[in-house]
Write a protein that binds this ligand. Sequence first.
Ligand code: COA
Length: 654
Amino acid sequence: MPIVEREPPKGRRESYVLPKVPVPPLKQTLDMYLTSIKHLVKEEQYQKTKSIVEKFGEPGGTGELLQEKLLEKSINTHNWVYDYWLDDMYLNQRLALPVNSNPAMVFPKQDFRDHKDSLKFAAHLITGVLEYKKHIDTRALPVDFSRGQLAGTPLCMKQYYRLFNTYRLPGLKRDTLVIHETGSTEQEHIIVACKNQFFVMDLVVKEKTLKEMDILSQLEKMVKMAENTEERQPPFGLLTSDGRTEWAQTRDVLIKDSVNRESLAVIEKCLCVVCLDDPSGMEVGDTSRALLMLHGGGHEKMGANRWYDKPMQFVVGEDGVCGTVCEHSPFEGIVLVACTEYLMKFMTGSPSKIGRATSVSELPAPRRLLWKTTPHIQGLLKASAERLQRLVRDLDMDVHKFEVYGKEFIKKQKMSPDAYIQVSLQLAFYRCNGRLVSTYESASIRRFHEGRVDNIRSATPETLAFVKAMTDEKTSLSDSEKIKRLWDAINAQTNSTIAAITGMGIDNHLLGLREISQEIHMEMPEIFTDETYVASNQFILSTSQVPTTVEMFCCYGPVVPNGYGCCYNPQADHLLFSVTSFHGSTETSSAVFIKALDEGLVEMRDLCLYQGSPTLFLERYPPGGLHQGPPTLFLERYRPVGFHSNPVPGERPS
Ligand code: COA
């Protein structure tokens, strides 16, 4: 039986010895909140917010009452913030999953000789998934330990147990994260998508688990069946690419028919979806591969050959474009990396067993999922296709490898590479837009029981001082002053990181105070309706470090219409950035942002070199030579003519 929302505790040692997420002191959060926004809003607005916050935090006031309730909740639950966070971050969100929510992991480009080669790859990948699933079911995965800042602490493993047994069910107002019991017999199948058709692959036949050659043989039959145009079913996968309310409404229509109901039930219980993609016809580069993972290229390409609600969806393209598209609510990118790296290593390290193992004799023909359609449903499909197409046209993506240096150079400067990269992102944004904005950087709180993430607010006052030194004040300040400001910015960022990963972040706490006020039926406190709070939760810059140890990279879309999504992967000798924005915004351009980032990273390196040896530095860079150029905003200087001719002005699915 599926368990909705929360699995009963299984008493796993590695989970239950972990401390609970703490509730930070109220005054500390309120002070940090004011510091985090002071330099981002006008003085008048800041003064208004300051008095609202002070009133909220006064002795015996609303803040103290809510804090008390939150402390009570933290005693009575495993993790006081988990449900608030899950609802706020995912389940209450109404935007379509592709681009807006589902991240993707892009595998190295594969060189398939022919179609059969790609199916062999898919069969091997599925075998790897089953191996990995065995480790999950037997709880044999080694416990992760933190690395980097405050290294060596055991981390909560719960997210791994949500990789294959979860499903995001659309709801009219709120989605539901359905969780099946690990190892449930209802879950002994995967779904294979091919030419927008969905097939069921039973993994256990006559009580025997399919071997790799059986899997290949089933895939081959599915491909043949998909080619039969007479039996072709409508592209129902498109419906999952729609806004969540739209999809929930459509699903209510579909389930009136028993054929649709049954097909949906089978998909909703599968282990994972494997999408066998036709060649997209696009030139195969990092950016186009990332686009194909995020949205499939729309309904005319592979956008309908997907089922976006399913957390683990593997894509194997005949043209070698492969990766994973994920529904994000059950787990974070770091867990996804661990799983996909296992699979990549399995694929390269353990040879394919095709042709060597004995197969299950007489495999049944694969089952194609059938759909009952009506003119009304056809209309809904058409509407979903159009909305996906708008999203496809709107996404502005640029994947960039910065090759001048990597994290080893930064470590040599005795700086945290993550803090350094965050400061460089702020510099790039300031260069483009002449201001800093509310920024999100995910900070893992897996040190705590059922910990997910909190936010590191990277647009610190110290970073603003630094980016001004590198732009507006570049000719008036000495390089040593610039270096001092760089260090201040790095230190502030590192301290915010440590606060967030040790459960002292402010975003989760403020969210908890807000939500508990609603639970006790209080009128929404002014601190949460204040325009500063609302604006500070609009993350124009949404960033995340997703490092990998094998060749692949993660990407995701912006979280607001005028924002950037920036996922980065620091490697020893280079830094990989996947930057996204929307063509519909005149305030953004991924290519221009990358250009600003590149330039800033080089300038930051030069400052560090100056710090290492001022004499050598001055020989290489005579005074005044380093930061030349008019103080025009990057976006104006580099925007290609007609770049932002938005095909669908201002329109985004809601
Ligand atoms: N001098 C020299 N080296 C330093 C240093 C310094 N001052 N500060 C850090 N380093 C080293 C670290 O020891 C580490 O070394 P390693 O590569 O040998 O492990 C390396 O630099 C990286 O450390 P740092 O750059 O500080 O980052 P981090 O690894 O601590 O990561 C976060 C910081 C915030 C990204 C991390 O804590 C986190 O939360 N990650 C999860 C993010 C996430 O959830 N992403 C997915 C969202 S879907």
